[in-house]
Design a binder for this molecule. Sequence first.
Ligand SMILES: NC(=O)c1ccc[n+]([C@@H]2O[C@H](COP(=O)([O-])OP(=O)(O)OC[C@H]3O[C@@H](n4cnc5c(N)ncnc54)[C@H](O)[C@@H]3O)[C@@H](O)[C@H]2O)c1
Length: 352
Amino acid sequence: MRALITGAGGLIGYETSRFLLQGNNEVIGIDNNMRAYFFGKKGDVTGNIQDLTSDYDKFRHYPMDITDRKAMLNLFKHQGPFDLIVHAAAQPSHDWAAKEPFTDFDVNATGTLNMLEAFRQHSPKGTFIFTSTNKVYGDNPNRVNLVELDKRYEYAEIQHMKGVSQEGINEEMSTDHCMHSIFGASKLSADALVQEYGKYFNLNTGVFRGGCLTGPQHSAVELHGYLAYLVKCAKEGTPYTIFGYKGKQVRDQIHSYDVAQAFWHFYLNPKKGEAYNLGGTKQNSISVLETIDLLEKDFGLKLKHTHSEKNRIGDHICYYTDMTKFKKDYPDWKIHATVEDIIEQILSWKST
Ligand SMILES: NC(=O)c1ccc[n+]([C@@H]2O[C@H](COP(=O)([O-])OP(=O)(O)OC[C@H]3O[C@@H](n4cnc5c(N)ncnc54)[C@H](O)[C@@H]3O)[C@@H](O)[C@H]2O)c1
């Protein structure tokens, strides 16, 4: 089959490309290394693109910009049709978006529309997968009932709102009446568009609302790639600042390989405009304080850290993903990597 992957040098685009190429499929990857513009030299993804180009004959890279509408239409027209499109190019940071709202919206929202319309015109029999975010729920997950434990927060047994249980946050969580951040708003626009191309135009489209997606090849920086960045700081002795919530904030971690697998299952049995939460679930949920303890106990690494009382604006206090809906539709999909596996791989990655 023939796939188009946007953001092929990024964490998810790279892993998905590699997964498809290992299955002997043809992959066209688009990435203009805009991550280096967003985050500086440490965000550079050139090495990932070079790896794919040198390792696989069936990989072709185009350093194109997804905001260039004409170029995207031409790409689909001349290189398509594509069986699968995984749209993972994005401005991915919550905090960065407020610096340049135009750029953030152009890339995340308009860029997605460009891809969708090119898909509708030139690959309508294919499947379109979009990497959305749990920030579409804004700070609503902070309104759920929590219990404060010694090292973390947890969801309380009794809840007063829809979208949460002790299994985590599900797709019933409201996307309204909350603060999303500029990033959350641009992604929510794209998320709704992808659903509409499925429902309104009757095309195969899937929305995956990611939590903390991670893996060794993440070009992690302070503003994006929390776990990989924290592990990198512990290894290099770089001071790390915990922003707010006493370090008890909880996230679930999912390895990018398990993400690529979820996309594959969706491709094999696609739906029209369905939205799924995607994350490491309760089994891979861990707080910042618990991560620091784990690094010390299992990996002998002591993180130099300080606490800032101020949390990041709109940052979730406790978020882990309930994937019941996806598992019901795709019962053969399973999480393979534990948090320990992920940390081990981050530590042994060449550039960490
Ligand atoms: N990593 C996470 O924790 C996480 C969580 C939730 C959602 N997501 C979403 O998953 C997707 C992939 O995230 P990631 O972690 O792989 O991000 P990433 O920054 O590692 O990868 C995105 C890639 O897109 C490229 N890109 C950006 N703008 C571009 C443009 N205009 N044209 C072409 N290429 C461009 C970048 O250079 C980068 O390599 C994003 O949509 C992100 O919002 C990620």
